[in-house]
Design a protein around this ligand. Sequence first.
Ligand SMILES: Cc1cc2nc3c(=O)[nH]c(=O)nc-3n(C[C@H](O)[C@H](O)[C@H](O)COP(=O)(O)OP(=O)(O)OC[C@H]3O[C@@H](n4cnc5c(N)ncnc54)[C@H](O)[C@@H]3O)c2cc1C
Length: 388
Amino acid sequence: MTILSTQLQALQQRLRQFADAHIAPTAHELHLRGEQIPDKVLEGIVEQGVFTLPFRPEIGGSGLGAMGMVIATEELGRGWFAAGALPARNWMAALMLDKFGTDEQKRRWLPGVVSGRLQCAHSATEPGAGSDAANIQVRATRDGDSYRINGLKRWCTHANRADLILTFCRTDDGERKHEGISLLVIEKLRGEDFMPPSLTARRIETIGYHGMKTYELTFKDHVVPAANLLGGEEGKGFRQLMACYEMVRLQFAFRCIGLAQAAFEASIDYAKTRMQFGKPISQFQLIRAKLADMATQIETARQLGYAVASKYDAGGRLDLEAGMAKLFASEMAQRVCQEAMQVHGGNSMDLSFSVNRFWRDSSLCTVGEGTSEIQREVIARRILGERG
Ligand SMILES: Cc1cc2nc3c(=O)[nH]c(=O)nc-3n(C[C@H](O)[C@H](O)[C@H](O)COP(=O)(O)OP(=O)(O)OC[C@H]3O[C@@H](n4cnc5c(N)ncnc54)[C@H](O)[C@@H]3O)c2cc1C
């Protein structure tokens, strides 16, 4: 029994076939070599119309809303955790441009961002501004018709492939830290060269999530036209970021669900074929219980996520629900991936087995897009009726 419309079921089936044919077969080999998702897979995802899914037709979208977004995310993430992340930055950028962009900014960038023809990265995090996103110190100083950017950003995923990096900068030192942040859209050429000497990058090597490359960015008097200030008004960046968090967290939840589903399916296959004591290990009660628990937890996260996505599409505030969906799905994915390792016994440690890729990738789940501790804080604030 599914609650999905015929249209969403068709989307799910189409993207599952795409991921099975073009993403999953090479994911592990690429992961082991530390290589990113190939260009032709990215092009394929663009051709599948994935980038357009959540948006209304007037701006080039497919009109499938948050439900379309979460279905696509799970299927891509089931193929490779990083593939589920691939459209996320564009979805965030399109939402911001659509909500806050000037007419000129919408005209220049929105069609390319919605279609996926332009690739986006977003850069909020800094060495001293992680969970405390309002503590951003990278400075943008107005200089005539432009801004000069100086400082260090950390953890900017997809920056190499991006045509646009949405960069959160400090433009004012007032007492209320979050009111001094502005969002500048930085245009660059695609590739590893960045824009030396004023914008350079160093890749951060990671234990997982290899399908996307992540960078530290150094700005030294990097000049950006003042026309690239989102919305044309300083001091709005923090609010613009917060306005996307519901969608971003819901999307992240389904990256985790796709990952958990892949780990679960690998565990089913392994448990049915691994023989011990003269029978498949799937016949041992304790292994069966693990598989049953995995399936139950994944389905619980999925149904919660669907409910939140439907509510998102209906409109209204849902930071509480999006936080719950992200918190539950991310911790669920870590539990499922850990149990999948246990089902694989000693082979879980053999690098040639995909299960340890799932487990490594799952380490990002409770950190990215708001840590579990921050989600709990957001939830606690709301259930206690506190301001926020
Ligand atoms: C692979 C990867 C890719 C990333 N990609 C991007 C990207 O593309 N763009 C971008 O801007 N950022 C990106 N990030 C950054 C990510 O969003 C941050 O890592 C995350 O927000 C946490 O910040 P932090 O790492 O500085 O941890 P900290 O904020 O230093 O947290 C450390 C610990 O303290 C806890 N903590 C912090 N504050 C509180 C509090 N108030 N109450 C309770 N506990 C607290 C945290 O939950 C955590 O357990 C990426 C990170 C990784 C690892």
